[in-house]
Ligand binder design. Structure first.
Ligand SMILES: Cc1cc2nc3c(=O)[nH]c(=O)nc-3n(C[C@H](O)[C@H](O)[C@H](O)COP(=O)(O)OP(=O)(O)OC[C@H]3O[C@@H](n4cnc5c(N)ncnc54)[C@H](O)[C@@H]3O)c2cc1C
Length: 472
């Protein structure tokens, strides 16, 4: 990394823009794999601040964290008392007493986001520096074929240079904005106005139609609840829309009625705190523009009111939650490329997805793993970086966009919009008036939807990358 004495001269300089989980993991992977790549990290915030409280990690992603040598540290900060993966309990909870759907055997490791970020920062060599309060506005690339540096332009008026720009700057990525404006400008110069217009639609994120209330519940505050012990499990609670709205205008949909949809809760900080995320949905609003502030403060009373009639344990959970933040859940459209010239997008900048597979950060981590594998390969040099990045794009884009689509489909399942449930009304669902075997169908579908995260290994993709790099 930049301030250490490299064993061999630097083959190129990488600028990682954005020190979220994706950017930090990439820096760690590069530190592990390469001695001849200089890295600078630019972060817009004044210090490391992971937004949101908890994060869940499935076995496929845990494999790469173990590969980095983080296992022991992660055990120290695990969510459950015994620091092991928790079983995941899927239930239908839009009725007074929740009904079991399926239990996944110990599968999910849960963490406080700030604890996880602190572990990553601790493992970056002390000499490595993150440059804080550096908000990227745009970047300027040399003409195609030129090996001159890329120039980064920051909001404070300063500039920096690099040979490779990694945009890990999250869902509202400035790197994505520059990349897709440049691609659109090039399409216009070719006379392809339609393509140019399409490329510009890739810049802004789109609203998923959902808002999530995120809050924390100290376990002590649940002591009087009859459900106290149960609420300390990892729970994914599904429910049916109460109403469907016939037609909504694109500009005011977020003012319309909303439906409670699903709740995810799990312990963090060694079982002292429960992390809660409660989703509501505005039917028909997916893909429209959310015109209010994305993040606002809300109260536990607000959330209780939205989930009235749901399982009694859920009511106890919300009563014990002092306050919450409501977040409008946005996604990035399926990009036609993550790579242009010597710039590459990773994490939410490339593929922000709905959280229903609990995998946005996991996909950012996978991006970092494969990208670092590629960049550190001896065959990769400054002059063939673009070809090397194409290998990353070929492996990571189809996979991560597949998870993006799966997340959307899993969301429809959580709202009970699939597998025959679309014919059951909200009232019937809340009254328990549906054939019981329909629960089994959801369980089977969930197992098939999440199988990749539990049973598959990313090492297969690493092998593919290494084979392709041999031919570079
Ligand atoms: C309710 C909810 C629950 C979730 N649960 C899970 C889960 O259980 N498991 C999971 O894997 N994922 C989960 N996710 C998704 C996950 O949070 C994100 O996918 C992940 O945090 C993205 O990481 P990132 O590093 O790409 O982006 P971010 O975490 O957004 O980091 C981007 C960084 O870039 C910085 N930045 C932004 N703009 C600039 C700029 N112009 N210049 C410089 N720096 C900049 C930011 O300050 C930030 O530090 C969840 C998401 C939500 C909304």
């Amino acid at each position: 990394m930049s301030s250490t004495t490299p064993a061999t001269p630097s083959k190129f300089r990488v600028a990682i823009v954005g020190a979220g989980l994706g950017g930090l993991l990439l820096a760690l992977f590069l530190q592990k794999y390469s001695t001849d790549i200089d890295v600078d990290i630019y972060e817009s915030a004044a210090k490391l601040t992971e937004l949101g409280a908890g994060i869940g990690v499935w076995p496929r992603v845990m494999e790469v964290l173990k590969f980095l040598g983080l296992e022991d540290d992660l055990k120290e900060i695990g969510g459950a008392h015994d620091s092991t993966a928790q079983s995941v309990h899927y239930r239908k909870a839009d009725e007074p007493k929740a009904v079991d759907i399926r239990v996944f055997a110990p599968a999910l490791l849960t963490f406080s986001r700030s604890d996880l970020q602190a572990v990553l920062a601790k493992h970056l060599h002390t000499a490595d520096k993150i440059v804080y309060s550096k908000r990227l506005l745009a970047y300027v690339e040399p003409e195609a074929g030129q090996l001159d540096p890329i120039v980064l332009q920051f909001k404070d008026g300063t500039t920096a240079t690099c040979d490779l720009l990694v945009g890990s700057d999250g869902i509202r990525s400035a790197a994505r904005r520059t990349m897709f404006n440049n691609l659109a400008d090039a399409a216009e110069i070719r006379g392809d106005k339609e393509q140019a217009a399409k490329l510009r639609t890739m810049i802004e994120p789109v609203w998923s139609g959902q808002v999530v209330y995120r809050g924390l519940v100290p376990v002590d505050k649940l002591a009087d609840s009859a459900h106290s012990k149960d609420l300390q499990k990892t729970l994914i609670l599904l429910g049916k829309d109460r109403a469907s709205l016939p037609s909504l205008s694109a500009t005011n949909v977020h003012e319309a009625n909303i439906d409670p949809q699903d709740i995810v809760s799990y312990p963090i900080t060694r079982g002292k705190t429960i992390n809660v995320a409660a989703f509501v949905n505005t039917p028909g609003a997916e893909g429209t523009t959310y015109t209010k502030a994305w993040v606002t403060e809300s109260t536990s009373a607000e959330v209780l009111e939205k989930f009235s009639g749901w399982d009694a344990g859920v009511q106890d959970l919300f009563k014990a939650m002092d306050k919450s933040l409501s977040w409008a859940v946005h996604t990035v459209r399926g990009l036609p490329t993550y790579v242009s010239g010597r710039a590459v997008l990773i994490g939410d900048a490339a593929h922000a997805m709905t959280p229903h597979q609990g995998s946005g950060a996991g996909q950012a981590i996978e991006d970092g793993f494969i990208l670092a594998t590629i960049l550190s390969h001896p065959n990769v040099t400054l002059s063939n970086l673009f070809e090397a990045l194409k290998i990353h794009d070929g492996l990571r884009r189809p996979f991560s966009q597949g998870i993006q689509r799966r997340s959307q489909m899993t969301g429809y399942l959580y709202h009970l919009h699939r597998l025959g449930w679309e014919h059951i009304t909200g009232e019937q669902s809340a009254a328990g008036d549906y054939p019981r075997e329909m629960l089994g169908k959801i369980g089977d579908e969930l197992e098939s939807a999440m199988g990749w995260a539990i049973n598959e290994s990313i090492m297969d993709d690493r092998e593919k990358a290494l084979k392709l790099l041999e031919k570079l």
